[in-house]
Design a protein around this ligand. Structure first.
Ligand code: GDP
Ligand code: IMO
Ligand code: MG
Length: 423
């Protein structure tokens, strides 16, 4: 589970944990996600496909709670094939996962345009409109592509979307996806359905529960972060799915009583892409350094990420919502040269101290209150044991444990698969 505003390093940690599991399953989100894996000098970004895909003997599942954009999916499958990974062998897809249509992507752009100055900063992959149709009970699911009336359903939904775009005064003819007009992209999208049909389309809730019955271990891979959750995130600057542990239950069909450990991932600092509140954001040289050293550019959109110090009130909130049992801390190495590292331990709102996320998160002025820690001023590359990490870094991590009340299980010190030190 991502405990911040996304991009905490979920893909990397899932890849590292995969050998311990039998099945890796995505349960929500869609191609708005960008999960980066690095090993043997290879860097790979996944959007819809679970991060266990590089382990041939493990099964990967795209659950019912996920949104699939067939053409982006096809491109992802092709990129894996280039790396000699044949995803058709170990990737199953839920028939109940919903499809993102080209016109959902158009509506995403139309909605953002209509919002003017209050834009969300969406990845424009069609997430909001596709989940809207799911909840409105007018969506199209993966299983529908095998039905005789698929095209009829598709045309009907597209027609509704075009009417909505007209109402929003959106210029459909001017709209492009990958340089293509809506009509051109539609042909590419429809052709991509053939790739989807090559995969095993299953009732994933039965599959996953059967795996659990047989004593197999299932790892659910989150997308986005808790602060982007539709209910608890910084609404309306959120994504349109349940990004917390609760989403695992509805997005895979797994009962709460079957969930075991909950591993939460946080950077040693904080980032956010897109609009919305970010109390610890830095607009100074330190912020610029975090962005530059941390290569904080979106894995999906390439936008530069906003950077700041770690936000403990937000992290504690995320640990509470998810029921985190184990914490992973990523990217402390980005701050190797810093003289001091700061941690926001509470907020001052209207002259009062609080460590709760206020309902008026977007509207009130929040003054973050910081505790300062000494930098460790040391390169971490080459360290292979947790106990060999510099004392100042271990003190900082101990402070994170104390502030959240959750033990740290491991610390990641580079983008590479091998650099995760278990405590
Ligand atoms: P995700 O969306 O949570 O999977 O994270 P992203 O892949 O979008 O962003 C995390 C970025 O940080 C990627 O570029 C990773 O390669 C990189 N990364 C992950 N862990 C570490 C780490 O411990 N140190 C450094 N320097 N980079 C890391
Ligand atoms: P991963 O899984 C970071 C952000 C967008 C925008 C808001 C809504 O890589 O952590 P959407 O496209 O969902 O309508 O955008 O959410 N967002 C992410 N930010 N990482 C992500 O995924 C994100 N997915 C969406 O920038 O602010
Ligand atoms: Mg990401």
């Amino acid at each position: 589970m991502g405990l911040q505003w996304g991009d905490e390093g979920k893909g990397k940690i899932v890849d590292v944990l995969t050998p311990e599991y039998d099945v890796i399953a995505r349960f929500q989100g869609g191609p708005n996600a960008g999960h980066t894996l690095e090993f043997n000098g290879i860097k790979h970004v996944l959007h819809i496909i679970p991060s266990g895909i590089f382990h041939e003997s493990k099964l990967n599942v795209i659950g019912n709670g996920v949104l699939i954009e067939p053409h982006i999916f096809e491109q992802e499958v092709a990129a894996l094939r280039e790396k000699n990974v044949d995803a058709t062998k170990n990737l199953y897809i839920s028939k109940k996962a919903h499809l993102i249509l080209p016109s959902h992507r158009m509506l995403d752009a139309a909605n953002e345009q209509a919002k003017g100055n209050s834009k969300i900063g969406s990845t424009l992959k069609g997430i909001g409109p596709a989940y809207t149709d799911k909840i409105a009970r007018s969506g199209i699911r993966v299983g529908d592509i095998m039905e005789f009336d698929f095209r009829e359903k598709y045309e009907l939904l597209k027609c509704q979307h075009l009417q909505m775009a007209h109402t929003l005064k959106f210029d459909v003819l001017d709209f492009r996806i990958d340089g293509m007009t809506l009509e051109e992209y539609e042909q590419v999208w429809l052709a991509s359905l053939e790739t989807l049909k090559k995969f095993q389309l299953i009732n994933s809730e039965y599959f996953i529960n059967k795996c659990l019955d047989e004593g197999k271990k299932v790892l659910a891979e989150g997308a986005q972060g808790s602060m982007l959750d539709i209910d608890f995130g910084s609404y309306p600057f959120v994504t349109s799915s349940s990004t917390i542990t609760a989403g695992v239950c509805s997005g895979l069909g797994v009962a709460p009583s079957r969930i075991g450990r909950v591993m939460g991932i946080s950077k040693a600092y904080c980032t956010r892409v897109g609009a919305g509140p970010f109390p610890t954001e830095l607009f100074d040289e330190t912020g610029r350094l975090l962005c530059e050293i941390g290569h904080e550019y979106g894995a999906t959109t390439g936008r530069s990420r906003r950077c700041g110090w770690i936000d403990i009130p937000a992290l504690r909130y995320a640990c509470m919502l998810n029921g985190v049992t184990d914490l992973f801390v990523t990217k402390p190495d980005v701050m190797n040269d810093f003289d001091e590292v700061k941690m926001c331990t509470s907020y001052e709102i209207d002259g009062k101290d609080t460590d709760e996320i206020p309902f008026e998160y977007n509207a009130v002025e929040i003054k973050p209150k910081f505790t300062s820690y000494k930098g460790w001023k040391q390169d971490l590359i080459g360290i292979t044991e947790y106990d060999k990490l510099p004392q100042n870094l271990r003190d900082y991590i101990a402070a994170m444990e104390q502030a959240t009340g959750v033990r740290v299980l491991a610390v990641s010190i580079s983008p590479d698969r091998k650099d995760v030190l278990f405590k």
